[in-house]
Design a binder for this molecule. Structure first.
Ligand code: TRP
Length: 363
């Protein structure tokens, strides 16, 4: 069986460090591993519209931002197909058939949907398209016969729902679709990177993000303003590590060699943490260390992005070519789905011949 990756993001803003450690960095590593037969990276504009129907301009403007962030991080259009969801009409048709395989109560139990309904204050006025987006996401994944879906932890319920749809489809219509596997970050801190304010998640609406395209100056200011331990007032006070955002980020980003480079008086992160907990280590010193690490990671991304920004027309051409490749793959699967469902009437010789025989009067 081919090893195929499909993953994507909603284009509602630039990508941030949460996206980066949660999935983006891993995708680039998987791409460069050469282990996969196909890699599809989808800009999920149609899904973004399910809760932004009144703000299509936001989605439209952010497609290029996400594409620039992808390529700046090392997604290589020569090795991965980057495409835009709405341009693949086949995905809508698949969704239309999958809608019949899922119950309303099953969707209501999807934890991600439940959570998002609350966050968006939809309550009684939930758009139907939004409510059913997990089904559309199952189409995204299955259309490309994805075997591996590298995403953040919040997408787990979407993968479970996809696998239920696959099993149901295959049990009714025969083995056609492939059950994908989720690939989560293996580092606990990367699973859900908190915002700079210590809130559970980086989110644009909370204004607690460090963007991949932030300038060095913006990164410095954001790191210096990060939430730490509010009880750690004087340098000599003992400090807490748990819930201390700066240490969570260090857990996510710090490599052993960073100590030699930026903080040689400590051997490793455990020593730094122990000193902080004992007292006598100031927040500013830890923040400067984190800043050095982040700047080193972000600088090449920032530089590549600046270059890519000089050829926006070229990026759109890459996206257009990606859409063509993606459309072919999705059309192939849709053909198989139609055949399995036996709604391929005009190429179904048996059906036509049998009915003709049954009705012909001059037998
Ligand atoms: N739901 C994903 C997000 O919010 C985006 C997405 C849409 C996606 N379709 C997908 C991710 C298919 C993985 C696979 O970021």
């Amino acid at each position: 069986m081919n090893k195929i990756i499909l993953t994507g993001d909603r284009p509602t803003g630039r990508l941030h460090l949460g996206h980066y450690v949660g999935s983006l960095k891993r995708r680039v590593e998987l791409q460069n591993s050469g282990e996969f037969d196909k890699i599809y990276i989808m800009i999920a504009d149609a899904q973004a519209l399910t809760d932004n129907a009144d703000n299509p301009e936001k989605v439209r403007q952010n497609i290029i931002e996400v594409a620039l962030d992808y390529m700046a991080c090392g997604i290589d259009p020569g090795r991965s197909t980057i495409f835009i969801q709405s341009q693949i009409a086949e995905l809508c048709e698949l969704t239309f058939y999958y809608l019949n395989l899922v119950t309303v109560s099953r969707l209501q139990r999807n934890p991600t949907v439940k959570n998002e309904i609350q966050m968006r204050n939809f309550e009684a006025s939930i758009p139907v398209g939004f409510f059913t987006y997990p089904i559309s996401q199952a189409s995204d994944i299955t259309a490309f016969k994805a075997t591996v879906v590298p995403v953040g932890e919040d997408q787990k319920p979407m993968l479970e729902q996809t696998n239920e749809i696959v099993r149901k489809f295959n049990s009714i219509y025969g083995q056609t679709l492939i059950e994908p596997q989720i690939l989560l970050p293996d580092n606990q801190a990367c699973l859900r990177l908190p915002g700079t304010d210590g809130k559970a998640k980086m989110s644009k609406s909370l204004g607690n993000c460090i963007y991949l395209s932030d300038s060095a100056d913006q990164v410095r200011k954001k790191v210096m303003g990060m939430y730490t331990d509010p009880g750690h007032i004087k340098v000599s006070d003992p400090g807490k590590i748990e819930g201390n955002t700066v240490f969570t980020y260090l857990d996510a980003f710090c490599k052993p060699e960073d100590f030699r480079k930026y903080l040689p008086e400590y051997a490793n992160l455990d020593e730094l943490k122990a000193h902080y907990q004992r007292g006598g280590l100031g927040d500013v010193k830890v923040k400067r260390f984190l800043e050095s690490i982040l700047q080193e990671e972000l600088e090449p991304i920032r530089m590549r992005r600046k270059e890519l920004e000089q050829d926006i027309e070229g990026i759109y051409r890459i996206l257009e070519q990606g859409c063509e490749v993606a459309r072919k793959a999705a059309a192939q699967t849709l053909g198989e789905v139609r055949a399995a469902m036996k709604i391929n009437y005009f190429s179904d010789r048996e059906l036509i011949a049998e009915q003709a025989r049954r009705y012909r009067t001059d037998k």
